[in-house]
Every structure is written in C-alpha cells, then in structure tokens.
Design a protein around this ligand. Structure first.
Ligand code: SF4
Length: 223
C-alpha cells in the first residue's frame, strides 16, 4: 500500500496502492479476460496496468483502500484469478513459454510452475520470510525468464543423459545430402559444408571432434 504524505495538497493520489495478480503460466490470455481486467481496473482503479512486473505478475497500479476488498472479491470469485505474491514472501513463480510454443523445452515449465504455485500457496499469500524469495522456471539453458539473474532458486532444463548422435545424419551433412542450416543461407554459394569450421570450431568449450569418421562429444564439457 502507498499513502501520500501530503493528502490535502494531492487528494487524487492520497492513496495509490498497487495490486499484483498471479499471471497465467507463460502469460497466455484470451481477449475476454483482458477486457474484464481493463473494465475492472477502469472502474475500481486508475486504469493503468503494468504487463508485467519483473516478477511476472500483472500489476494494477493505483487505487484507494476502500477498493481493495471489492477488487479481491471480483478477481478471485468472478474472474477465477488469484492474487500474486508481494512483500517478504514467496513471490509469484513464473516460467518461460516452454513446450507450449518452444522446440527447446526440456521439461514442462508450465506444469512445474503450476505445481509449485499451488504447493506453496501459504508462503505466497502470507508473508513469513525476512525477505522476498523467487522461483523461476527456464525450460533450457537459453534462460528466457532469466531465472539465474532474477530469482533466488532457478530451475533450468538440461540433458538427463548422454547426447545421442545420429552418425548417419552427420555423414549426410558432411556429404552435402542435407542443406546446412536447414537451407537458411542457400541463396549464396558458401562452398562445401565444413563441419570443422562451421560446427566443431564454434563450440566455446571445444567439446566436439571427429574420430574415425564419427562425431564425438565430451558430454561433461557440452554447454
Ligand atoms: S528458456 Fe528455453 S525452453 Fe524456455 S522459451 Fe527459452 S528457449 Fe524455449
């Protein structure tokens, strides 16, 4: 909650509370929901929204104390939307778009975010910590929700076993049967595909090499 120190001089912002709503996993909305949210906030608040805060929540900016309970009731009972975490508690967990739309997802980030949000409801809604605490779920090391930088406990999808190599496909690339980069640069003649120059030497940890005509990968060194 926020109150002005000078309510007589600035009566229209004597109160300026923010409300956090728990965003849906990966921030998928339909237009009905967004219209209801805008109507609610035009009626009971300033009409200004922040989609989204760095925690991930939908943030409704600016309302007065007497509006808080009606907003809570409308959001939770009519719109089926929970409030988010704020203050010294577990903040609203958030996840990348994951396997809903991303080919790199190595686990179901939305499912995990949903489970953890439900499991830790008390910690989310009743501040009991000395400081805020955040979970974030990245489906792979590309880190689209920046879980390392922006949370206290990051969950990042990674390989569970050794990388599997289709040696026949590697040979097909080397022999020119498959277009390099899926044909993305086919408009220009770049010369013959060079696995050393175009793949092996580009690895920052130099974890790959050719041996006896086969591609080898030192799994522990793979980034
Ligand atoms: S973190 Fe990985 S899985 Fe998640 S959206 Fe980004 S690239 Fe896709």
């Amino acid at each position: 909650g926020r109150y002005s120190d000078l309510p007589e001089r600035f009566p229209s912002i004597a109160h300026f509370h923010s409300v956090r709503l728990n965003q849906p996993a990966s921030k998928f909305y339909n237009t009905d929901f967004l219209k209801s949210l805008c109507d609610l906030w035009n009626y009971r608040g300033s009409g200004m929204l922040n989609l989204h805060g760095s925690t991930g929540d939908i943030i409704l900016l600016g309302t007065t104390t007497e509006q808080l309970e009606p907003i809570f009731f409308e959001v939770t009972h009519v719109m089926d939307q929970d409030i988010g975490g704020s203050g010294s508690n577990l903040r609203t967990p958030s996840c990348c778009i994951g396997k809903a739309r991303c080919e790199w997802a190595l686990y179901d980030t939305q499912e995990m975010c949903y489970e953890m949000t439900n499991y830790y409801q008390d910690e989310l809604h009743r501040p009991a910590f000395p400081y805020k605490f955040k979970f974030k779920f990245d489906g792979c090391p590309n880190g689209c929700v920046a879980s390392i930088a922006r949370s206290d406990m990051s969950f990042i999808g990674t390989w569970r076993d050794d990388i599997r190599i289709d040696q026949a496909a590697v040979q097909a690339y080397i022999n020119g049967e498959y277009a390099p980069n899926a044909g993305a640069h086919a408009g220009k003649d770049w010369g013959k595909f060079d696995i050393k120059k175009e793949v092996l030497d580009l690895c920052p940890t130099k974890c790959m090499w050719m041996e006896g005509g086969e591609l080898k990968i030192d799994n522990a060194e793979c980034t």
